[in-house]
Design a protein around this ligand. Structure first.
Ligand code: HEC
Length: 153
């Protein structure tokens, strides 16, 4: 009887030992996975994490695209923005020297989330007091506006 009990205790202890080891291994794998995700995240700029655009390589300057962008800017942006003077929003001349293309296009496509989550946009909002509003712009049109802004550097 005594011996049977001892075996039982041993079994339980061994069982616990194994599951404890298993638990530890799982934890290690999990924390390794978390670490690598964190590394990946910190490599991606805040504006790319906010989206919708995550990457934007500006190639050779495209004057025709910029002309399309200029017209769209006149319709949809000029009530609040000019190039060299502050209107309701900041002057936009040279904005692509201060901000990444992804920042600028996401500000056009998704100002609400940019203002909620991006520290630089939050600083602008603190200065201008009025939030830039979502304008229902398609990505292709926003890209054309970026080309226009690029030419106005
Ligand atoms: C209702 C006014 C309003 C309209 C319309 C508007 N904006 Fe803005 N925009 C602002 C304000 C105000 C800010 C500064 C951040 C804030 O307070 O929201 C801003 C910020 C920006 C910024 C960031 C500038 C920087 O230096 O970080 C860009 C780029 C921009 N706007 C582009 C545009 C474009 C392009 C359009 C047209 C598609 C547009 N905005 C339409 C008000 C407006």
């Amino acid at each position: 009887m005594q011996i049977a009990r001892l075996y039982l205790v041993l079994f339980v202890l061994i069982g616990l030992g194994i599951s404890a080891c298993g638990g530890e291994n799982t934890e290690n794998t999990e924390s390794a996975a978390t670490d690598s995700t964190m590394t990946m995240t910190s490599d991606v700029s805040m504006e790319a994490q906010i989206g919708p655009v995550t990457e934007l390589e500006l190639g050779a300057y495209d004057a025709a695209l910029a002309a399309t962008g200029q017209a769209a800017f006149g319709d949809k942006c000029s009530a609040c923005h000019a190039m060299d003077t502050k209107v309701i929003g900041p002057a936009l001349a040279g904005v692509l020297d201060r901000r990444s293309p992804v920042y600028v296009i996401n500000m056009i496509l998704n100002p609400t989330e940019m203002l909620e989550s991006h520290p630089d946009a939050q600083a602008m909002l603190a200065e201008y007091a009025v939030p830039m509003i979502p304008l229902g712009i398609e990505e292709a049109e926003a890209r054309a506006i970026v080309e226009y802004l690029r030419g106005e550097g």
